[in-house]
Design a protein around this ligand. Sequence first.
Ligand code: 5GP
Ligand code: ZN
Length: 112
Amino acid sequence: MSCLFCQIVNGTIPSKAVYQDDQCYAFADITPQAPVHVLVVPREHIASLTDAEKSHHDLLGHLLGVAAEIARTHALSKGYRVVINSGPDGGQSVDHLHVHLLGGRKLTWPPG
Ligand code: 5GP
Ligand code: ZN
């Protein structure tokens, strides 16, 4: 499997684990854009949000719930941002669905 995040999920490529369960794995982004920058990825390879099917809807909700729980454990009580980039125009660079959790500084809007 050549997918970068599949290799991170199965431990072939090392990462700094933040949270894991039977459905997902969360780890620190290698190029953090905020003091807290965590990626939450499904263990199953789904290329993008566009490729998620109806059968994945519970999993998608789980990924968001996990992001919120990580925000709580990282004391992001002043707020944070959850982002899913999808496709080339959405800025997706790794073709394995992932949720960005960004926090620990005041984030600007709109994004670039
Ligand atoms: P995207 O641009 O696809 O929404 O987000 C991909 C993210 O993966 C980027 O924020 C990038 O810094 C992160 N990333 C890319 N390669 C690696 C890696 O090898 N390890 C980790 N921990 N993060 C990575
Ligand atoms: Zn993958």
